[in-house]
Design a binder for this molecule. Structure first.
Ligand code: G
Ligand code: G
Ligand code: NA
Ligand code: MN
Length: 253
């Protein structure tokens, strides 16, 4: 109950902030996208991670408001980057499974894009694989968003319950290979084989393959060799705020 009241207060008082975690295009070396990750700048408990409050926001029905705030921050940051650099980096925003059965989601996303005069291609929605049960309402929501040009990525790929037929039903643009599969691929041929197969599956389904949790150069080199399309991880940087992303863009060739 206290967390509930505190979260409502946080939403009303701009205590939620976004940090950004780059995904690097392995073919060109440039930015593929930035993943927005929400944080709660709590007045007394410090910076809280999403695991501390997102599940609660889902339970008490505040996830929609949280998402709208995240989306607005993301588009505002993009506006600034566009002014600074003349281009709008694509940002991936996490959506909770239950938002996909909320008929308002499509309207919320389209209205936010319009308010910022941003193209739909500026956004990717990340949906965790555990959510990919066969649900026609959910699939309809994704299809409508994609019809408008918003891309959809399957997050935490490999850890959920989706079948190959579910993955093959063409509602997605990319698979994000979960960090638990990526770590150790340079030491263990079996692990390498599994990630190789995941990349091959993505490509067979005409999806981009993105590796999460890349922490060292040998892992990056291996992923490149396996044909992975993009990589995200502490090797490049930890998630950073929008101002820090600006500095990185300035520094990058
Ligand atoms: O930021 P961190 O790496 O600690 O993220 C932990 C988890 O929180 C991840 O599973 C991530 O997908 C999730 N998460 C981060 N930001 C958001 C958000 O804005 N909405 C939702 N639903 N989940 C988020
Ligand atoms: O569930 P999701 O994949 O959205 O969350 C990813 C989580 O993994 C976030 O908490 C993010 O900060 C974390 N993460 C991303 N890259 C790395 C990495 O290279 N190493 C580690 N240890 N964690 C990472
Ligand atoms: Na995510
Ligand atoms: Mn993930």
């Amino acid at each position: 109950l206290r967390l509930d009241a505190e979260l409502r207060h946080a939403l009303a008082n701009d205590e939620l902030i976004c940090v950004y975690h780059p995904e690097i295009d392995l073919a060109g070396g440039g930015l593929y996208a930035l993943e927005a990750l929400v944080r709660w700048q709590h007045p007394s408990r410090g910076l809280l991670s999403p695991d501390d409050f997102v599940p609660h926001a889902e339970t008490v029905g505040l996830i929609g408001i949280l998402f709208e705030q995240v989306l607005d921050q993301v588009l505002t940051a993009q506006d600034k980057w566009e002014t600074e650099f003349g281009w709008r980096p694509t940002v991936a925003v996490n959506v909770s499974p239950r938002q996909l059965t909320d008929s308002r989601l499509v309207k919320v996303v389209l209205a936010a894009l319009e308010a910022h005069d941003a193209p739909a291609s500026a956004l990717i929605l990340e949906v965790t694989e555990t959510a990919l049960v066969d649900d026609s309402v959910m699939t309809g929501t994704l299809a409508e968003l994609r019809r408008h040009g918003v891309a959809v990525a399957v997050d935490d790929f490999g850890t959920g319950y989706s079948s190959v037929s579910r993955l093959a039903d063409r509602h997605w643009d990319a698979l994000k290979i979960d960090r638990s599969f990526v770590s150790g691929i340079t030491e263990d041929p079996a692990r390498e084989g599994v990630v190789h197969a995941m990349i091959a599956l993505a490509h067979a389904l005409q999806l981009r393959a993105i590796a999460e949790g890349v922490e060292d150069e040998p892992t990056l080199a291996k992923l490149r060799e396996l044909g992975c399309d993009a990589a995200q991880g502490y090797l490049y940087t930890r998630p950073v705020d929008a101002a820090e992303i600006s500095k990185m863009i300035i520094r990058s060739p």
